[in-house]
Design a protein around this ligand. Sequence first.
Ligand code: 6PG
Length: 502
Amino acid sequence: MPKFHSDIGLIGLAVMGQNLALNIADHGFQVSVYNRTTEKTAKFLAGNPATPGGLVGATTLQEFVRSLTRPRRIILLVQAGGPTDAVIDGLIPLLEQGDIIIDGGNAKWTDTIRREKALREKGLRFIGSGVSGGETGARFGPALMPGGDPAAYKELEPIWNAIAAKVDAKTGRPIPGAAPGIPVSGGVPCATYIGPDGAGHYVKMIHNGIEYGDMQMICEAYYLIRSLLGLKAEEIGAVFAEWNKGVLDSYLIEITADILQQKDPVTKSKALVDVILDTAGQKGTGKWTSVNALDMGVPAPTVAEAVFARCLSALKEERVAAAKILKGPAKKKYRGARTALIQAIHDALYCSKICSYAQGFQLMREAQKEYNWTLNFGAIAQIWRGGCIIRAGFLQKITEAYGRNPRLANLLLDPYFNKTVKGAQENWRKVVALAAQHGVAAPTFGSALAYYDGYRTARLPANLLQAQRDYFGAHTYERVDQPRGKFFHLDWPEPARPQIQA
Ligand code: 6PG
C-alpha cells in the first residue's frame, strides 16, 4: 500500500514517462506512478528500487490519486489527442478543487486551450507543458515550456526548476552534470512560465517546427558536400565536428557528426547512414506549425519546406521510377576549391537557419496577438539553450537581440543578424545557385534565401498579382499614389479602356 504523501504523480510509463519520473525522484521528490498495464509499473519499480525521492506504484487510478498530497499535481505523459482526453476524463471524478493536471506530451495547443477551459469550469487546474530533449533530456534535464494558470504553475515551479537543464546565467552555456544522474547545482533552469492556456504547447510546437527546419538544412548541407565534392560519410562527419566548434555549435550538428562516423553493425564495412532508407517519418508537429502559419497568414516557408521535404522523401517508389525518366543536368564534379565550397555551405546553412528562426519567432509574435498572450522571446530563446533538441550557442544571440529590442519586428533586422547575413550572403547565393546548376534539391536553403530577398524588397510583383485578381474577379486594388485602404477597380471588359501603345 503506498504512503499517502507523494509530492507528484505521473501517468504513462512509456520511455518519456519513465525517464521524467526518475529525474523527478533524483531531485528528492516522491513520485507516484500509474500505467494502464500494471506489469509495466511493476517492472519499472523493480528496476529502480532506490531513488533519492522514492517511487510509489499504484495499480488503480483511485489508489494513485489517493497517494498524492494536495493540491494534487499529476503529470500526463500519454499519447496526444484522444488518449489524453480519456485519461483526463478518468481523473476528473477522482480529483478535488484546485488539483492540477500537467500535460507533458506534444499536445496541440488548441487542445490545451480547450482542456484548460473545461477543467477550469470544473474547479480544476491545467498546465500544458512542452517537454523537449527526448529520452536523455527527460532523464537528466529537459527544456520545459509550461503554460496555463500562473498560480497553478507556482505549485509546479519548484519541481520543474529542479529537473530542467541548467545554463549559465551570463553566457547561456549549458552546465553539464557532474556525472549522468547527478543533479546540476547552480545555473538558470531551462524552464520558464510561457503564458496562459495553450501558450506552452504552442511554443513547444514552434520549437519542433524549427527542429524540422534545422534537421532538413543539415541534411541539405551533408547532401551538397557529398554530391558536389564526393566526400565519404566519415569525412563529412569530420566537417560537421569542425563546424560544431564555431557559430553552428549545437546539439543537432554534434549528433550529425557522430552519426556520420557510425559504422553499420550489419555489413561492418559501410557507414550506417549509407544503409538507412531515405524516407523520413514525422509525427505532425512540423505540419501543425506550417498549417498554423498558413492560417495566420505568416510567411514561414522554410519550416513548411522542411515538412514537404519529408513528404517528398516518403515517395520512395515514385522517386525511384521518376529517376529513370526525368533528366537533370549532366553529372559533373565541382571544379572549385574544396575548402572554399565547404565554407560556402557552412555560410548557407547559417544564413538559412537565421531565416528559419526569424520565421518561428514571427509566428509566435502573431500568435500572441491572436490568443492574447504576452510572450517573452528572449526568455524563450534562453530556455532553448539547454536540454532541448534545438539547443545551440546561436540562441544566445537571439536572447541578446530581444534584450536590445523586445519589440524587434524580425530577427533579421537585429544588428548582429543583419551584419552576419550581409557578410555571408555571397556564399549563400553561390550555394543555392550551385545546387540548382548541379540538380541537387536544397529546398530549405533556397526557400530561406527567397524569404530573405522577399522580406528586404520594398516593391514586390504583387502589383501585377492584384491587377490579375481585379481582371478576372473584380477584387480591386490599392494605388501607390493614394492612401492605404482606398480600393479601385478597372472595367477590364470595357473595349475603350486606355491601353499603353508599344
Ligand atoms: C523534442 C522533440 C520531440 C519530437 C520528436 C519526434 O523536443 O524532444 O521535438 O518532442 O516529438 O523529435 O518528432 P517527429 O517524429 O515529428 O520528427
